[in-house]
Design a protein around this ligand. Structure first.
Ligand SMILES: *Cc1c(COP(=O)(O)O)cnc(C)c1O
Length: 373
């Protein structure tokens, strides 16, 4: 069976992890420092903190938005639960928007339509590593004085009109979960635009204490400053991320070449109207996080999934749209509310895409899809 995804871990990551294990295993050690510096350099962002996950980075962002009960957050329904959870924990109300047919990212016109007096935050995602329409979203935020929390879990290594992903958001959140392009098992990062919020974020992340200031020698003891939690990863995990980030370009290029192989291989099937390939807008440089195809119907998608399984190909699909999930129903949504999301979610299929995917495996996957048609 060709798995859907498999992290690439080399001798480099193993060596770093072993070093961390014998050196210093708690958070904010030398590898965390090094990984954070590498991240700032690779992602071209100035203020970053490593976290235990993107989910936790989103929670930190939601806390820094200082939401009041009843405040509204607009986010796409076509996303992972974490985007929504963060704001629910802050007692905000969710307004789910539809997506654009081309990129499957939040439709900024629909976002704009959902803005009310209570709206405080716009929370787009960068689906498949393709940036959201951040210029349009920023225009809405500026007009209505809203904050932007960009769920950039999938877009590490991408860019938008030559600009860094997350540079236009108040907060951008990244993931290093094992299914993402660069991995540390479980892990993430938060980028903060307003440097004045860094202190506050550090305290929230360090159990509500100013321990980060102690580390920098700014105070000689540390104590409880505010509400907070523990969002810093072990240095062992940061060590793994260091290795991954040193292989940044190598990993990206390999993924892009696999993406291109699929993309070119399915040109004929697209021309024949059998499927649709991902659309990468010219303004976006992507990181080949996901290769998906869109089929004609849910039935055809499910048939292809089963067929591929018999061929030993671990294809998968996602997402169950948030508005059709148990929580989505509880907050008042129903089928038919977000038609583009519902259509895409029912017809989308993701093919295996990981660093160690071999040429013969790729050929087999493409041949299997062709055989189906
Ligand atoms: C993967 C993912 C997350 C969650 O990331 P974790 O690091 O596993 O918490 C959140 N949002 C999106 C869009 C994702 O793809």
């Amino acid at each position: 069976m060709i798995p859907f995804c498999k992290p690439t871990v080399t001798e480099l990551e193993s060596r770093y992890m072993l070093q961390a294990a014998t050196d210093r295993i708690c958070g904010d050690g030398p590898f965390t420092k090094k990984a954070t510096e590498l991240l700032k350099e690779k992602l071209k962002l100035e203020t970053m903190l490593l976290t235990t996950s993107c989910t936790h980075a989103l929670e930190l962002a939601a806390m820094l938005c200082e939401l009041q009960p009843g405040d509204e957050v607009i986010l796409p329904s076509f996303t992972f639960a974490s985007t929504a959870n963060a704001f629910m924990l802050s007692k905000a109300n969710l307004r789910l928007c539809d997506i654009s047919e081309d990129t499957l990212n939040a439709n900024s016109r629909h976002m704009n339509d959902l803005v009310t007096e209570r709206t405080k935050v716009l929370a787009p995602i960068d689906y498949a590593g393709v940036s959201c329409e951040i210029d349009e979203i920023k225009a809405i935020a500026n007009k209505h004085n809203l904050l932007i929390v960009q769920d950039s879990a999938q877009s590490v290594g991408s860019s938008y009109k030559g600009r860094a992903i997350g540079a236009d958001a108040d907060f951008a959140c990244f993931s290093f979960h094992e299914t993402k392009n660069y991995v540390m098992g479980e892990g993430g990062a938060i980028a903060i635009k307003d440097i004045n919020l860094l202190d506050k974020c550090e305290i929230l992340r360090e159990k509500g204490t100013d321990r980060s200031r102690l580390f920098r020698g700014e105070v000689d003891k540390y104590s409880w400053q505010s509400i907070g939690s523990s969002y810093l990863p072990s240095d062992i995990l940061a060590a793994m991320l260091c290795g991954q980030l040193e292989r940044f370009e190598e990993i990206k290029q390999k993924r892009l070449s696999i993406f291109s192989y699929y993309f070119n291989s399915f040109e004929e099937l697209e021309k024949a109207g059998k499927l649709r390939r991902p659309v990468i807008p010219s303004y976006c440089e992507h990181n080949a996080h996901i290769f998906y195809i869109l089929l004609d119907s849910e039935e055809q998608r499910d048939n292809l999934l089963s067929f591929l399984r018999t061929k030993g190909v671990g294809a998968v699909f996602h997402y169950v749209p948030l508005h059709l999930s148990k929580v989505g129903r509880e907050i008042g949504y129903q089928p038919g509310d977000l038609p583009v999301t519902e259509s895409a979610a029912s017809r989308l299929l993701r093919l295996p895409l990981f660093y160690d995917l071999t040429e013969s495996e790729l050929e087999h996957i493409v041949a299997s899809v062709n055989a189906f048609f």
